[in-house]
Design a protein around this ligand. Structure first.
Ligand code: GDP
Length: 181
């Protein structure tokens, strides 16, 4: 079955966005794959695909050891999943471009992990400010990749971007199925 992963800095609004997309507060967690860390949650969406909730990065206070473990777990996961259609990288729309986010996106590019960007918490500031921040961030990505990736401006609070992002997720799943993987 196809899978799509969600990742971002802790507190970026990942749980809220996942709840918005799935429309339920408490999702039934599927049983963990043997050998997989408990930190990776799998949410069954329907019989076509499931959503994978990856642990957040960028905790302010975390030991070097934990950071290395996190990086290994995430890179093992993202580079070894035959059924992974893509990863949705969450970016807080209120912030200036953060190095940790740019580094992670750069890494996805290098590893050939297909990704799209979801800007979160768009309701937290004026529309103009959100647009400005989004544009600044996208410009950084154009510097890195030479093109603008797929992106979505969302607010879990207001339900903004729900249709666009869900539509995109189903497109990814359909492409995956069409490839007969
Ligand atoms: P996670 O750590 O990435 O899973 O982040 P959460 O989903 O738990 O959200 C972190 C905080 O941001 C919580 O206090 C949420 O209520 C708040 N939050 C998340 N999404 C939004 C949003 O779209 N708008 C607003 N105003 N607050 C949000």
């Amino acid at each position: 079955r196809a899978e799509i992963a969600f990742i971002g800095r802790s507190n970026v609004g990942k749980s809220s966005l996942i709840n918005m997309l799935t429309g339920v507060k408490e999702l039934a967690k599927t049983s963990q794959k043997p050998g997989k860390t408990q930190l990776i949650n799998h949410f069954t969406i329907d019989d076509r695909w499931y959503l994978v909730d990856l642990p957040g990065y960028g905790f302010a206070k975390v030991s070097k050891d934990k950071k290395v473990k996190w990086e290994k777990m995430i890179s093992d996961y993202l580079t070894n999943r035959a059924n992974l259609c893509g990863v949705i990288v969450l970016i807080d729309s209120r912030l200036e471009p953060q190095t940790i986010d740019l580094e992670f996106l750069n890494w996805c590019g290098e590893e050939g992990v297909p990704f799209a960007v979801a800007f979160t918490k768009a309701d937290k500031q004026s529309k103009t400010q959100t647009e400005k921040n989004v544009r600044t961030f996208l410009n950084k990505l154009v510097e890195i990749f030479g093109e603008t990736p797929d992106y979505f401006v969302t607010s879990a609070e207001k339900g903004q971007g729900k249709e666009e992002l869900s539509g995109f997720l189903y497109e990814l799943v359909s492409e995956f199925e069409a490839e007969g993987r």
